[in-house]
Ligand binder design. Sequence first.
Ligand code: PA5
Length: 446
Amino acid sequence: MSVRLDLKHLSSFVGKNEYTAIAPQIRQAHEALHSGNCVGNDFIGWVNLPTDYDKEEFSRIKAAAEKIKSDTDVFIVIGIGGSYLGSRAAIEFLNSQNYNSLKKNTPDIYFTGNSISSTALSEILQLCEGRDVSINMISKSGTTTEPAIAFRVLRKLLEEKYGKVEARKRIYCTTDKARGTLKQLATKEGYETFVIPDDVGGRYSVLTAVGLLPIAVSGADIDALMSGAAKAQKELNNSDLDSNACYQYVAARNLLYRKGKDIEVLVSYEPCYTMMCEWWKQLFGESEGKDNKGLFPASVVFSTDLHSMGQYIQDGRRSLFETVVLFDKAKTDLFIETDPENVDGLNFLQGKSMAYINEKAFEGTVLAHADGGVPSVVLHAPDFSEETLGYLIYFFEKACAISGSLLGVNPFNQPGVESYKKNMFALLGKPGYESEKGALEARLKN
Ligand code: PA5
């Protein structure tokens, strides 16, 4: 079930000696992480999370998911960044981008509070009309503006629809154990709450209640998800570069970065992986991009984007490398049938499966991109099961933490995110930001 890494499409870009040279730095980063002596060590609760989690809460999550499945048509997940990307990615990976339109006996699931678009939030309100609704408000800090606005609107909707007492049974809050506005509000109103552990940051939190409740509501097996992550926790807990696929990935991307390949494009050949790419972009972008350093994470889905971004990747600025995630087994396969008229000229494909054609698309592309100066790291995963997903989540979380350490940044904080908030609050006239307001408005006028 483990994932495998294939570095052969890097061989003309990175030499064996370079892996040998970087191995001691990776060993050092591994030891610092596992001994708890790394930078940002108050946020490394995710390292042992797949085996060391609150089992009582885990049962409560399953019970809440069962209740939601039984009394809810529309389940609304409110959260931004690490408070929604992981669960949305998991639901689409395990089901489809079209999860809500599929025939199913689980609720539709919509995500909101991840923008300040009134149009997007109004749409969600419309989708709730005439249907039974439950909501999961997710915010570790409990003070993030985007989800807080959506929660205010949706709480009101639920209270008007069901009355305060019934609404209370349909509102679930996932937040900090003790501190924060959301925790206070949930306690006051009597909402069921789930905890985001203090030592797990937002983008590393998909295997906490943040991800687990929405994922369980979609009907997925969260025991299997955790067991896949636990397998990764065990298999990737050694500092030997020759046997640890996660650390080989870390080495390859860091060596490429040093050679000026500072844009990493995550590539998938499956549309259901699109949101996993978004989750991965947040994980790496927010963890590594600081102190004027870091690889820029981008993503594409092929062959779709070969018809949009393919030209740039083949032929544009040579600052890219690709990390391709492939799956050994398609979820569902289709075969090309013969057509006696063959007007479309496709009979040369008769009897071939689409999975096979997709594989040839990958092979043709990886060679073309290598010829164009774009190296590829290839990650093979077995299937689209919960176990594989859990494994992949842990694989990337660990790769991200070790990569940040190699770059010399703290991979667990996000100080840069505060800058826009400070300006926005000042411009909106939030108490406490009065002194900045005038200067910012003057800058906007000039
Ligand atoms: O990774 C992070 O910490 C962030 O992306 C947060 O998840 C995001 O800003 C949302 O924060 P909160 O859960 O406190 O509302």
